[in-house]
Design a protein around this ligand. Structure first.
Ligand code: NAP
Length: 328
């Protein structure tokens, strides 16, 4: 039988690298399956690879570039002996032990391979949903964002009009947050009623800096290479009326999708696909020996620092569980 890894970590965002730092220092000899980079969703480093500046992670007075931050976390994990595999996990079998993990590298053409592990830490993150417009992709990091808390305080959004798309708690929360910096926040929603909780909706709608644009869909992000976003084109779904709104930012707040499809039928997921944790503040999943940290198990906070904290907890939980199981 092949070697059995003590701890395999799937995912290489803040949760994955932090789990690796703790697991390596606890002598669990972790192997991180970091992603094969074949697409945005399979990018080693995760969502922060697409963030220009991280200004809210404690310890970086002047902020830090997202890619640099992930490279630094990786180096720190490797310094303690973490091994890294540029590969993407296609499926797992955690119904029997040791756990089976199939992975592939579609970039190098490496065929699917099988790994065995005593413990598994899932830190695969989530992806923000975008509208799917070509113009949205074009202006990413040039005014298009899916995270107001990450990007809202950047100079480009100060004292200018910005647009938030969506009608859920995220949209009203992001809109409210952006009023601290922006001149005015247009909240573009496809219906005339918000999905957000009453209290959060009321708070947003009573804020004079938030102007709802009801029954409207965003058809295109407007801009140019020099200035980035300069406006958006919206269409009223009832009247068909099309209007351009001048703005310097477009924040998509239409939900997130956790990267957990490979766990279906193996680990309990909640109704929205997030990994269901056994206990509010621990990282145990429905399967003993499988732990989860970061955005794949957190639909609420979704911050780099909270993901890192959960990765730390997952490694500590795994270390204790392995010791209890007598796996050294
Ligand atoms: P959500 O509740 O699923 O809302 C998504 C919103 O985006 C909906 O208003 C939806 O419109 C709209 N939408 C979806 N696809 C769209 C599209 N293609 N084009 C235009 N609009 C589209 O997602 P969320 O707001 O991210 O919240 C997710 C979960 O986290 C919820 O359970 C929420 O309560 C929770 N959350 C809590 C807090 C908090 O308590 N502080 C903060 C954020 C999130 P329709 O309404 O027409 O479907």
């Amino acid at each position: 039988m092949s070697n059995i890894e003590k701890t395999v970590i799937i995912g290489s965002g803040p949760a994955g690298w932090t789990a690796a730092i703790y697991a390596a220092r606890a002598n669990l000899q972790p192997l991180v399956i970091a992603g094969d980079g074949v697409s945005r969703e399979r990018m080693p480093g995760g969502q922060l690879m697409f963030t220009t500046e991280v200004e809210n992670y404690p310890g970086f007075v002047d902020g830090i570039d997202g890619q640099k931050m992930m490279a630094t976390l990786q180096k720190q994990a490797e310094r303690f002996g973490t091994r890294v595999l540029a590969s993407f996990v296609t499926r797992v079998d955690v119904k029997t032990r040791p756990f089976k993990i199939w992975h592939i590298n579609d970039l190098s053409g490496q065929p699917e391979a099988l790994l065995l592990a005593h413990s598994l830490l899932v830190c695969t993150g989530a992806k923000a949903n975008y509208l799917g417009l070509e113009s949205e992709r074009r202006f990413e990091n040039q005014g298009v964002s899916a995270c107001a808390v990450c990007d809202g305080a950047l100079p480009r959004f100060r004292d200018v009009p910005v647009v938030v798309v969506g009608g859920g708690d995220s949209a009203v929360e992001e809109a409210s947050y952006l009023t601290k910096f922006a001149k005015i926040v247009y909240l573009v929603h496809r219906r005339a009623e918000l999905r957000a909780s009453k209290i959060m909706a009321q708070r947003a709608l009573s804020n004079l800096k938030i102007k709802p644009i009801w029954n409207s869909i965003l058809e295109e992000v407007l801009g140019n290479d020099a200035d980035g976003v300069t406006g958006v084109r919206v269409k009223n779904v009832n009247t068909g009326y099309v209007d351009n709104i001048a703005c310097r930012g477009m924040f998509a707040a239409i939900g997130h999708t956790p990267n957990t499809s490979f766990l279906e039928g193996q680990v309990e997921l909640n109704e929205k696909g997030y990994i269901a944790l056994r206990d509010g503040f621990r990282t145990f999943t429905s399967v003993p020996g499988v732990f989860a940290g970061g955005d794949c198990a957190d639909s609420v906070y979704r911050q780099a620092i909270t993901a890192a904290g959960m990765g730390c907890k997952a490694a500590i939980d795994a270390e204790r569980w392995l010791a209890e199981e007598g796996i050294h």
